[in-house]
Design a protein around this ligand. Structure first.
Ligand code: IMP
Length: 192
């Protein structure tokens, strides 16, 4: 079976990506690969951040690996939080504080169009490939739904009335930014 390191310790992401890649690829987490330190995410774009994370892992373990980076781009905020989505409110990946800040920044704003953008960067035997996934939607005026993580309870994907946090995981996966990027990765890895 093909083994590949996924540069994350986020259990939600791991589950989402496992569900898409299926049984034919064994995913190894960072911790399982022996990488316990935080990987720097200081690049100016989502793509360069994903590539930097994948390169970090490749240099450490020399094994095939991929990393993802995601940003929530809100039109009324000039594309913010974008590449800074994880550390929007504080330095410490505080999902709750990030959501509070986003709602505050959009108080009284009528046009709430936004999109999630994910780039997956794959390194196979030193060869780099990137895959992008985008989902358009709007930002709600309050938190709605219990599932998912991050900004899920504030994002209603285009064509839906529920937020990502209200959709079943497989429904979110089928249309989400990461789902779309990872589907491209899966097609590449599985030769479809
Ligand atoms: P990362 O680059 O995947 O760590 O994503 C950066 C930030 O975007 C995270 O800290 C989350 O707040 C947010 N994010 C990433 N993916 C999702 C998602 O699928 N739903 C909601 N928020 C997400």
């Amino acid at each position: 079976m093909k083994r590949i390191v996924f540069a994350t310790n986020n259990a939600h992401k791991l589950e989402e990506v496992r569900a898409i890649l299926g049984q034919s690829i064994e995913l190894i987490t960072l911790r399982e690969a022996g990488i316990t330190e935080d990987i720097p995410e200081e690049e100016p774009t989502i793509e360069s951040n994903a590539l930097a994370k994948a390169r970090y892992v490749y240099e450490k373990c020399g094994c095939d690996c991929f990393a993802d980076d995601t940003g929530l781009e809100v039109d009324a905020l000039g594309g913010a939080p974008g590449v800074h989505s994880a550390r929007y409110a504080t330095d410490g990946h505080d999902f709750g504080a990030n959501r509070v800040k986003l709602l505050r920044e959009l108080e009284g704003v009528a046009s709430r169009e936004a999109r999630f953008r994910t780039v997956v960067a794959l390194i196979e035997q030193g060869h780099e490939t990137t895959f992008e996934g985008v989902v358009e939607g709007t930002i709600t005026t309050e938190e709605i739904g219990e599932g998912g993580f991050g900004y899920d309870c504030l994002f209603t994907p285009e064509g839906y009335t529920q937020t990502f946090a209200e959709l079943a995981p497989e429904e979110k996966n089928a249309i989400s930014h990461r789902g779309r990027a990872v589907a491209k990765l899966a097609a590449h890895l599985l030769g479809k």
